[in-house]
Design a protein around this ligand. Structure first.
Ligand SMILES: N=C(N)NCCCC(=O)O
Ligand SMILES: [Zn+2]
Ligand SMILES: [Zn+2]
Length: 324
């Protein structure tokens, strides 16, 4: 029996600049029966250490995602036709209490997981990866984490606060949410507090492909290291948009020079389409510092490649029904 899949609004019938923005003009979750992938926003940025504004990231990425088209030639897949993808709106997270917000995000992600097989989250600052990983680990156990970021985000505390956007992977490691034999940071660079930041991170168990490694040895070598490291483990991909060079993604809270190009990042995600991706986030998009939607366009393509990489390959592709 063919499953009925509701695809994006057809841009040849309703201009793509018309209508309320859902991600990629997909249906809202309320408008479909079953969901393979839910795209959900987490407009929360109370965990930032520098520039605020990522709370406006989800709306900004949705706005910039209007131009995405249904067929992805780079992965030879129509990601919205072979699986039901829907926009689940935003999680309401308390902006005045990080503790409350983190509880609310975990609870909302668990609730959403009863309706959707997989969740792709648009942030929000990187604090949100902690409650998202708590929810994912309840379903899958400890997951391999592939973390694209300029920063390690395994620092301990800021001003004594343990849950911030610089600490999610330290807390998640301590809580046993991460399979540390199969996890790695990609694209790290820039000034640190001390050399201990690196040794602490290595002691936790993460492997690292730095931004300099990508430049020196090339993207193909980076992809080899990533694929070997994650193997066939359940994989959670967390992408801080500041992994991109500020030239490619200026709209972010803690930019660092010398980063990846969007082309390099998209290629690395495409190389994961045969892996068991169980969830993903794209975080730290801060529109107040963006120009010409540069950062949001990059983030929307990153999310599109993630959704494409998650798509089932064995299913025969059908054309998505255009519904508005
Ligand atoms: N997760 C992001 N984007 N940044 C962490 C930066 C922490 C710091 O201020 O040192
Ligand atoms: Zn970062
Ligand atoms: Zn980060």
């Amino acid at each position: 029996m063919t499953k009925h899949i509701v695809g994006p609004v057809d841009a040849s019938i309703v201009p793509r600049f018309a209508g309320i923005a859902t991600f990629a003009r997909l249906p809202r979750i309320e408008d479909v029966d079953r969901v393979d992938i839910a795209v959900v926003g987490v407009p929360f940025d109370s965990g930032v250490s520098y520039r605020p504004g990522a709370r406006f990231g989800p709306a900004h990425v949705r706005e910039a995602s209007r131009l995405l088209r249904p067929y992805n030639p780079a992965q030879d897949i129509s990601p919205f036709a072979v699986q039901q993808v829907a926009d689940a709106g935003d999680i309401a997270a308390n902006p005045f209490s990080i503790d409350d917000a983190v509880r609310e995000i975990e609870a909302a992600a668990l609730e959403l997981a009863t309706r959707a097989d997989k969740i792709v989250t648009i942030g929000g600052d990187h604090t949100i990866a902690l409650p998202l990983l708590r929810a994912v680990a309840q379903k899958h156990g400890p997951v391999a984490v592939l973390h694209f970021d300029a920063h390690l985000d395994t620092w301990d505390t800021y001003f004594g606060a343990p849950v911030t956007h610089g600490t999610p992977f330290r807390r998640a490691s301590e809580e046993g949410l991460i399979d540390l034999t199969a996890s790695m940071h990609v694209g790290t660079r820039g000034p640190l507090y001390s050399a201990d930041d690196l040794t602490d991170d290595t002691r936790l168990g993460f492997a690292v492909v730095t931004s300099e490694d990508v430049e020196e040895r090339g993207v193909a070598a980076a992809i080899d290291r990533i694929r070997t490291r994650i193997g066939d483990k359940p994989l959670y991909i967390s992408i801080d948009i500041d992994v991109l060079d500020p030239a490619h993604a200026p709209g972010t809270g803690t930019p660092e020079a010398g980063g990846l190009t969007s082309r390099e990042l998209l290629r690395m995600i495409r190389a994961l389409s045969d892996r068991n991706i169980v969830g993903a986030d794209v975080v730290e998009i801060a529109p107040a510092y963006d120009h010409a939607q540069l950062t949001a366009i990059a983030a929307s393509h990153v999310a599109y490649e993630l959704i494409s990489a998650m798509a089932p390959r064995e299913t025969h592709q059908t054309t998505a029904a255009a519904e508005s």
